[in-house]
Write a protein that binds this ligand. Sequence first.
Ligand code: EPZ
Length: 419
Amino acid sequence: MSDIIINGGRRLSGEISIQGAKNSVLPVLAATLLCGGESVIHNCPGLSDVATSVKILKHLGCRCEKENNTITVDAGEVSGCDIPDKLMREMRSSVVFLGAVIGRTGRAVISSPGGCELGPRPIDLHLSALERMGVTIREEHGYLNCTAENGLRGAEIHLGFPSVGATENIILAAATAEGDTVIHNAAKEPEISDLADFLNRAGARIYGSGSDTINIYGVEHLGGTEHTIIPDRIAAATYMACAAVTGGRITLENMMPSHMVSILWSFKECGCGVVSCGKSVTVTSPERLRRIPTVRSLVYPGFPTDAGPIAVAMLSVADGTSVFVENIFENRFRYVDELKRFGAKIKTEGKTAVIEGVNRLSGAECKATDLRGGAALVIAALCAEGESRIGEIHHIERGYDDIVKTLKGVGADINYSRE
Ligand code: EPZ
C-alpha cells in the first residue's frame, strides 16, 4: 500500500470541480435494487466505497457498468439476498443495503456491521424500524437473518435520534411496501433528499424529505431512471480548508452552497473571504486565520460531524485558542494524536477538543486513522514546513476521488510513494 508524501508551505490556487457526494451515491446505488428497469447514475465519485457497492450489486444479481463517472445498474434479475461478510467489512455503510434487499426480495442476510474508527456503530434504530414494518430479525453467529414473511407493510416510526442511515433504510424499505409510512424525527441531511429525489423519479411517492417528517406512500413497482448525484459538501469543506491553511485562493465548481451554510459560515468566522456565485464558491485565505471560540457538531443543518476533523486541523494554525465539541459520535478524536505529530497543540477530553493555535506546523510521519481524520492530516501536511508522509491512505481513498491529483492541480507538492 502506498503512502502520500507532501512538501508543505505551497500556496494553493486555482479551480477544483467537486466530486459527487459519497454519502449520497451509496444509498442511491442501494436504491437501484428496488428498480425493475435500468438506472443511470451520473456524477458518481471514484471511491473504494463505490467500487464495493458495485461488487455488492453484482453479487445480488445486478448487471452494472461504469463509464467515467456514470454507473448504470440493471436490477431486472436480482437473485440474491445475502451480503457476504467480506463485503460488509469492506464498507461500514453497507448496512444501507438492508432496506433495499428486503424491499426487493423479502429477505436479507447480513453480518452485523462491526464498529469502525469512530467507535461503536449501533444499528438498533434501523432494526426496530424494520421490525415495525413486518420484518422478523434473528441474530445468529454474528449474522442478521431478516425476513418479511408477509411482505413489508407501512408503519408510523419515531426515531429516537435523527439517524441518517436509519432514515435511509426506512425510506428504502417503505418505498414499495404495502401501505403508508411516516418517519418522525427523520434526518434532514441533503443526502436524504437526494435519495428521495432518485426514488421519486423512479416512481416512488416520498414527501417531506429534508424536513423532520417524511411520508412515504408505498407503490407496487419502481422503474429505471436517470439521476445526478449531488456534490460532496464534506469534500468541498476539505479543499476549502487546504486553501485556508496555505494562504491560498481556490474556486470550487459544481457545488451546492445551500447544502453547506454552516460550513461556509465557519470559514468566514475564521477570517476567510467566501464568495458564492451560483454553483461555485471562491475561498480566499486571510494573512492569519482567526480562532473560532467554539464549534459544535450537530445534525443538519448544524455543523456536520464529518467536517469536524477538517475544522480542527485548520484551527490548529489559527491565531488563538478554539474549542470543538463533537456531539454525534462517541470516539471521533483518534486522529488528534496524529495531528500532534505536526506540532499541533490540541487537548481532548470526552467530546471536547481544545485547539491552541500555533504559528507553524512542521512536517511529520503519520497514519490516517479514519476517512476524515486522514483528510485532517493532509490539511496539516500542506501547511507544515518540510516533508510529511501519510500512511494507511486507504481510509482517505474511501471518500476522496484521487485527492493527490486534485491537490496537485492547484499547486500542492503532493505525490504517492510507491515503496
Ligand atoms: C452517516 O453515517 C454518514 N455515513 C457518516 O459519514 C456521517 O458522519 C453520519 O451519517 C452523520 O452525519 C454515510 O452516509 C455512509 P447516523 P450513519 O446513523 O448513518 C447513532 C463519513 O465520514 N446511532 O446518523 O452511520 C450513531 O452511533 C461518514 O463520510 C444509533 O445509536 O450515522 C451515531 O452516534 C462517517 N443507533 C449517531 O447515531 C442507530 O441505529 C449518528 O449516526 C444508528 C445510529
